[in-house]
Design a protein around this ligand. Structure first.
Ligand code: AMP
Length: 173
């Protein structure tokens, strides 16, 4: 089944720019049994761990993140690029290859009692997930772990994340 999941991820060369091997998850999303299976496997890792919120990263992270939240009986919190959320936000910036990017979360999205699972479809360099972790701690909540459908392990993104915080990825390249 792991192989079936992997074969439903399409690698698109040179998207969105030359040199990037883009992992396109839309064939997996379009297959009902594979989609269900992927969500079950992602959720199995975090069952009975008292997760109260799944924080997912714009925009592909929202798809499986919302399904994961439902499966874990947790709430869903969107983390978005700057300027997209309507209410008062807290922000965190992180370095890109050239320049910086900023993510935001609503100021009242988390409370100190929340145990948070951070989800994205892909971890590449780890910068986005690390910034999301800082945002969560700034909000006073605790991070139970990181969940990714795909880990691009050759980019060593997990080295950017705090050691000791559990990380689960379903497929690794
Ligand atoms: P990161 O470099 O870990 O901060 O990744 C930034 C964001 O870009 C993540 O939300 C990923 O979804 C996306 N991303 C980075 N590299 C790829 C890739 N090769 N294929 C698909 N998405 C990617």
């Amino acid at each position: 089944m792991q192989e079936k999941l992997a074969s439903a991820i399409r690698t698109v060369p040179d998207f969105p720019k030359p040199g990037i091997q883009f992992k396109d998850i839309t064939p997996l999303l379009a297959d009902p049994s594979l989609l269900r299976h992927a969500v079950n496997l992602l959720a199995d890792e975090w069952k009975d761990q008292g997760i109260t919120k799944v924080l997912a990263i714009e925009s592909r992270g929202f798809i499986l993140g919302a399904m994961l939240a439902d499966e874990l009986d947790a709430g869903f919190v969107p983390v978005r690029k700057e300027g997209k959320l309507p209410f008062t936000t807290i922000k965190e910036s992180y370095d890109l290859e050239y320049g910086k990017d900023t993510i935001e979360m609503h100021i009242d999205a988390l409370s100190a009692s929340d145990r948070v699972l951070i989800h994205d479809d892909v971890i590449a360099t780890g910068g986005t997930a690390a910034a999301t972790h800082r945002l969560t701690e700034f909000a006073g909540a605790s991070v139970a772990g990181f969940s990714f459908l795909i880990e691009l392990s050759f980019l060593n993104g997990r080295d950017q994340l705090p050691t000791g915080t559990p990380l689960h990825s379903l497929l690794s390249y």
